[in-house]
Design a protein around this ligand. Sequence first.
Ligand code: CP
Length: 304
Amino acid sequence: VNHLLGIKYLKRDDIDLIFKTADHFKEVINRPIKKVPSLRDITIANLFFENSTRTRLSFELAEKRLSADVINFSSSSSSVSKGETLIDTVNNILSMKVDMVVMRHPNPGAGIFLSKHVNASIINAGDGTHEHPTQALLDTYSIREKLGEVKGKKVVIVGDILHSRVALSNIFALKLQGAEVKVCGPKTLIPKHIESLGVKVESNLRKALEWCDVANMLRVQNERMEISYFPNTREYTQQFGVNKALLDSLDKPVVIMHPGPINRGVEITSDVADSKQAIILDQVQNGVAIRMAVIYLLASKIKP
Ligand code: CP
């Protein structure tokens, strides 16, 4: 397959190969000269139809550290506002001899749709509420780095599971690597059939934290809600926010993760986000090596 559209389409061996390749690139980007000439003959377009800080910059840096040529597209400053379709937009970009497309889009399945209509490798950088595969790869890579392995670890994903592509991709990636997974959040923000994915639901945050080795704290995605799914932010924080007092009252340390962007004081307090228990910036750092690995492995299939 010449695309990365979702973790759902990967096998355990694919993840092992991505991690092994990322280990190599992590060593490379810690050298004084952080670049390798591997992809001098590849051109990559980063198409962002939705806002991003981490993913957009991480992909661009990963591409540049592989020596690829890079062009960046943001829908807000493009001719999409004049009515141009997604396929026309991408085919126009591809006619400039572009080999690979990294795309973030607000619509679930946008990457899958595009992969059927254009002649290029597609990497999904987040498609609405569906999947965010490179985020799940960097998250599970970070767990492996922190705890030695993912297999057998207990991971709780806390918050707005219903609207979260990070949650779905993480569930697939964690299960594939042999972790136990629970989700925790307001009943209205947990998808109805989530247990069919092999995860359990825990409505009490303290119990979830007492059970787990790792807690991945998610932001409530108000921008994807037409109505409010819980009474108010203060009540959400009281029931589902982590703070230092809660973590200190547990009888073992829990590794705290967050994909960003953080809403400080809502799902996580600053004294937790900035503590040694949190690996939030390690996740971001690992994102570059993971994206270098994904791009490198896909490009090796399209190179002559
Ligand atoms: N984690 C993540 O996808 O962050 P951005 O929206 O800033 O890319």
